[in-house]
Ligand binder design. Sequence first.
Ligand code: GLU
Length: 303
Amino acid sequence: MRFKKSLAALGFLAAAALTLTGCNSGAPGATEGSDDAPAAASETPWEVAEGFTLEGSPTFDKMEERGKVVVGVKEDQPGLGYLDNVTQERSGFDVDVSRWIAASLGFDEEQIEYKAIASANREQAIVNGDIDYYVGTYSINDKRKQDIDFAGPYFVTGQGLLVRSDDEDYQTLEELAGKTVCSATGSTPIQNIKENFPEIKTQEFDLYSACVENLINGQVDAVTTDQAILIGYAAQDPDNLKVTTGPLFTEELYGVGLPKGDDVLRTHINDLFTDGGTIWQAIFDQNLGNSGITVEQPEVDAY
Ligand code: GLU
């Protein structure tokens, strides 16, 4: 299942379960009809566990002691991890997965504190104990596993390209030789480009949204990261942006980042995913049902 770096240049479409059936067919995210939507808590597909305890999990002990969960998320990725600056509402597939996990541990929405943490700072935030767990387009890989553990995978996507809507259609990374491609510092896509495509110029920012601004302004020629992320940006601004339709360059399996060695919490979350197929599907449908991507829940890898 694991992505090998040597395959990065092959342009393979790894996950048979993942297909892009069309772009911009609707904005992912929970914005539609939000005006008269009831509070998120009353329509969640999960239930908050009552009287729950988790023996032998140091992370759970910390949560219980402070009476809340501290969750690391993204907040500039529509459809996945997004904060609406006007309503202050958080939405997205990853945010809902983080809520589902909190609920399974006995914590409701009022007992969740969200911390936005950029790609480059995730391992450190977990190692430092700044957050209890992280849910934010976080690819499972061996390098990261040296510092932290992952529950999951709970989602699968792959590296793709976002370009200006009036641009020639770049389909492969090879076609971007000599051009400037933007991605986030500390991410797997920027690493893939630097290691395997030295002829591509790179521009890095902490946030993908900064890359997208630079793409619209003409400062960079393409943005590369997971296609599920790029589709959210294109859906927000279809006049200016489009996701290319070529094959994905990698397979990215998303995991929940956890403090290393908390096997009890990891097993709890893995079991939640394994037994929670219906809830997973409801979260997918709510957040990404109109996005044009089709993803089946990947099998948990209980290492
Ligand atoms: N999934 C990739 C990663 O974990 C790219 C997305 C991100 O930066 O969060 O690096």
